[in-house]
Ligand binder design. Structure first.
Ligand SMILES: Cc1cc2nc3c(=O)[nH]c(=O)nc-3n(C[C@H](O)[C@H](O)[C@H](O)COP(=O)(O)OP(=O)(O)OC[C@H]3O[C@@H](n4cnc5c(N)ncnc54)[C@H](O)[C@@H]3O)c2cc1C
Length: 410
């Protein structure tokens, strides 16, 4: 069994940010990565994906974008290169090709079993990702045979799909981007729209994320919101990484994408859509208006407003056996995979219960979850503050353990 002070599970940007902060405090640690650095950006992103956050927001502890295009949007390949450089320049102690198979609490810390041996450490940081597995609703099993089902994690490009119509379920960032791409490839696209976060790409002449950053919206802390459980479940913003291009429901609808309500069921081969489309669109418009009001209040003057979402009459059913639809894209979100965690910190739904990344098991931490400590926690730009604060907590835990050892020795 090998010993270290902290085991970090996962070498995505969160694991690397934690590593950087621990190194700055001289905390001995190791980063265990089952595949390669930035694995999710190598294996789970479609070919055309660009970050929806502009390059100047690609900030990590000790790293800021210094390229020639601060207002551009990195491709997944460029994110991989950036994270590899970051790991190199931080001299992060990453062991690749090491899968963690269990984490168990023992006296004095944790035993971390891997497919390449066992580690003991008083502290462990779970940085294995919030978006490891697709979250596909159970009604997917009712899809008639002959229809191809694909998730955004497995989708690469339109050429991979059979010809014919596509039903995209979900209108958050992944859903609107894939609906747009598939429609442009010449396929008839139907988009099933549930609760969503409407967002213009630019506002008052700047990228909307500039405003959200400057006005402090992304910095809002987890202990400042009224309903944290809800805030942690808010869908991703309807944004695409393409300068000045807004891909909202109005843009998709006028391009010819058919909008229908949330997929509510599948019975006898017929997809049934909720009649709530006008309501969810009105709610998204209302929330966008409130957000722009917040920005205007910060800016001190009123900015432009956007036309309400146009909702044409939408069918409530679609016969999946008619041949009209050949593919369903389940853009219904992602979930973490912590099936290997043998520590009693999971709720009924298998989610880690935590207070800003600090679990009830002393020395066990979590990073990279939505709204972990701030609204921006799920973004690359959110890791720096979260990692710094968790490192402070972790260092306090190590000091307490050292104090206890000193007292029992005297
Ligand atoms: C489609 C998509 C687009 C996104 N676009 C943006 C964007 O534009 N801008 C932005 O800021 N954020 C974006 N995000 C959000 C976020 O930045 C990414 O999800 C990011 O990959 C999360 O980083 P992470 O380090 O928390 O997890 P990951 O990148 O998932 O890293 C976790 C690592 O842990 C490893 N791992 C998992 N289990 C084990 C195990 N048992 N043992 C060892 N290793 C393990 C994995 O291989 C992986 O390398 C996007 C997310 C998705 C899904």
């Amino acid at each position: 069994m090998r010993n270290t002070t902290t085991v970090i599970v996962g070498a995505g940007h969160c694991g690397l940010a934690m590593s950087h902060c621990l190194a700055a405090r001289s905390v001995d640690h190791v980063v265990l990565e089952r595949a390669e650095i930035a694995n999710s950006w190598r294996t789970q992103r479609w070919d055309s994906l660009r970050l929806l956050t502009p390059n100047w927001m690609t900030r990590l502890p000790g790293y800021a974008y210094r390229g020639a295009d601060p207002d551009g949007y990195l491709s997944a390949g460029r994110v991989v290169a950036m994270l590899e450089d970051y790991a190199d320049s931080s001299a992060a102690p990453v062991l690749t090709g090491v899968t963690v198979t269990s984490v168990r609490a023992v006296a004095g810390g944790y035993v971390v079993r891997t497919d390449q041996g066992t580690w003991h450490a008083p502290t462990v940081v779970l940085a294995s990702g919030a978006a490891t597995l697709p979250a596909v609703p159970s009604l997917a099993r009712l899809v008639p045979a002959g229809i191809t089902s694909v998730t955004p994690a497995a989708y690469r490009n339109p050429g991979q799909l059979p010809g014919g119509g596509v039903l995209v379920i979900g209108a958050s960032a992944s859903g609107i981007q894939l609906a747009d791409e598939l429609h442009r490839s010449g396929r008839p696209v139907t988009l099933a729209v549930g609760e969503h976060v409407r967002m213009p790409r630019t506002y008052r002449g700047r990228d909307i994320l500039w405003w959200l950053d400057a006005a402090g919206v992304l910095n809002q802390r987890y202990d400042e919101v009224d309903d944290l459980a809800r805030a942690r479940n808010v869908p991703s913003m309807q944004l695409v990484g393409s300068a000045g291009r807004t891909v909202d429901l109005n843009a998709l609808g006028s391009a010819g994408v058919r909008l229908v309500g949330r997929l509510a069921g599948i019975a006898d081969g017929v997809a049934q859509f909720s009649g709530s489309l006008p309501n969810v669109c009105a709610l998204a418009d209302l929330k966008l208006g409130r957000l722009l009001n917040t920005i205007d209040a910060w800016a001190g003057t009123a900015g432009e407003r956007f036309a309400p979402t146009v909702v044409r009459s939408a069918p409530l059913g679609l016969n999946l056996r008619s041949g009209e639809i050949s593919t369903i894209v389940w853009a219904t979100g992602y979930r973490p995979d912590l099936s290997w965690l043998d520590v009693p910190v999971l709720d009924r739904k298998g989610r880690v219960v935590h207070d800003g990344g600090v679990t009830a098991c002393p020395g066990l931490y979590l990073i990279g979850m939505p709204f972990l400590r701030r609204r921006k926690s799920s973004l690359i730009d959110g890791a720096a503050d979260d990692a710094a604060e968790l490192t402070t907590h972790l260092a306090g835990r190590l000091d307490a353990l050292a104090g206890r050892r000193a007292r029992s020795a005297s």
